[in-house]
Write a protein that binds this ligand. Structure first.
Ligand SMILES: Cc1cc2nc3c(=O)[nH]c(=O)nc-3n(C[C@H](O)[C@H](O)[C@H](O)COP(=O)(O)O)c2cc1C
Length: 415
């Protein structure tokens, strides 16, 4: 005879009830979708379903073969973390100071042009979410909300302005003055755009700025009625800070890229700008040293999210070398390829003072406007906290290069 391994019993109704705890259904579709997104990749999937293809591709895409972006993301994935043990970290502090002020998290929102194209709430959603999270927001010269609108959306928080030095220098100088008057505390001078990178997805989609209605663009916009409705029923999409300067959108865009920009422009901007000056788009150690010698306050190691030169250096690979050379002279921030809070933790461990997120924010924006950006910030923040706890560090200052090994899949064969 086989003896029963378990004894059976009649379940009591109270026990069944205890198991049957149903969550209250979320009737708001957007909230439900966003709550179900657990990663930035999930937000990207929602964004792709909700935004016309040409718009999604403009945001998601990069230049030429998109290798710069793919490699930058790969480099973050190729991180090996080294946790400590038994260090008691019931709480972690994610706050930091950068460019003369505080940020509650070690990342801020990167400058992105034409943001209201992704979702009509655009920069106001980004600046509002930044205000709520206590992190800085960066407005692009090619932004679709004005300097003053961003200030209104983030009145007490930190706003940064990204400058393209335009062919007509006076336009740029006017923006520098306006940003200073509005109380923006840091200026990012972008230096990696002597010409526009070749964004092949845009060419294939027939996408242009300003958007032109061609049979292809109409066709790929029609299946996204919500976006279309928002686009038609809200204020016209334009380069908000540049509207008073005259010229068509196309002319303004063209004049934003000027291959004749040089160190003399940096000197002029330094003279005009009362706050912190940061150069964005640094891609080698020598340039970083030169900028440190010139006394800029900081640099962003960046290849513009892979949207300019393809097969450019991976910023995350450059980071330890640049920190070693100039890390005590100026603050070093980094962007390109950040899709997870652990990427940010790894960057801080290797000496980055701060990081910027571009697409991670825009995927949230496309997925659900302001609430989508809140969700993106929340996802990254949760991931940062969890990674720090698992590494058993209680604040960012405790992170050191000892916590991270960069695996070598895509580093140069010869140093
Ligand atoms: C749609 C889009 C527009 C951008 N526009 C600008 C811009 O106007 N000025 C600028 O300095 N960088 C711009 N960038 C680059 C970002 O500031 C940042 O360097 C990049 O997005 C970081 O990479 P990530 O998207 O992987 O986070 C843009 C990036 C994207 C995705």
């Amino acid at each position: 005879m086989v003896t029963a391994l378990v004894q059976r019993q009649i379940p009591r109704p109270a026990e069944i009830l205890e198991l049957a705890k149903f969550k209250k259904p979320q009737l708001n579709g957007r909230r439900r979708r966003l709550a179900e997104a657990l990663t930035i990749h999930d937000l990207r999937d929602i964004a792709r379903r909700r935004t016309p293809r040409a718009v999604f591709d403009y945001t998601d895409g990069a230049a030429e073969g998109e290798l710069s972006l793919a490699r930058a993301r790969q480099a973050f994935e190729d991180v090996e973390f080294h946790p400590s043990i038994l260090r008691s970290v019931p709480e972690v502090n994610t706050g930091t100071t950068v460019f003369g002020g505080f940020s509650a998290l070690p990342f801020g929102i990167a400058p992105t042009g034409f943001t209201r194209l992704m979702h009509t709430e655009g920069e106001s959603a980004g600046a509002g979410a930044a205000a709520a999270a206590g992190i800085p927001f960066t407005l692009s010269t090619l932004g679709t909300a004005s300097i003053e609108t961003v200030k209104a959306a983030n009145p007490a928080g930190r706003n940064w302005f990204q400058l393209y030095v335009m062919r007509d220098r006076e336009i740029s100088y006017g923006l520098v003055r306006r940003a200073a008057e509005a109380g923006f505390d840091t200026l990012f001078f972008t230096v990696d755009t002597p010409v526009a990178g070749a964004r092949l997805r845009d060419k294939r989609n027939g996408f242009s700025i300003p958007p032109q209605l061609t049979p292809t663009t109409v066709l790929n916009t029609l299946p996204r009625p919500r976006w279309w409705w928002d686009f038609l029923t809200t204020p016209k999409l334009e380069f908000a800070s540049l509207t008073s300067t005259g010229g068509t959108v196309g002319e303004l865009l063209d004049s934003a890229m000027d291959p004749s920009i040089g160190y003399e422009d940096l000197a002029v901007i330094r003279e005009m700008w009362p706050g912190r000056l940061v150069v964005k788009g640094v891609q080698n150690v020598e340039d970083a040293k030169t900028l440190a010698d010139l006394g800029v306050d900081g640099i962003v190691l960046s290849n513009h999210g892979g949207r300019q030169l393809d097969r450019a250096p991976v910023p995350f690979h450059l980071l330890p070398k640049v920190v070693k050379e100039v890390g005590t002279d100026m603050e070093i921030a980094i962007d390109t390829g950040i899709m997870h809070g652990a990427d940010i933790v790894a960057a801080v461990a290797l000496g980055a003072r701060f990081t910027l997120v571009g697409r991670a924010y825009l995927y949230g924006l496309m997925a659900g406007g302001r609430e989508g950006v809140d969700r993106a910030v929340h996802i990254l923040s949760d991931q940062i906290v969890r990674t720090m706890k698992l590494l058993q560090v209680s604040c960012l200052e405790e992170l050191t290069p000892r916590h991270v090994t960069q695996l070598t899949r895509t580093t140069p064969l010869l140093p």
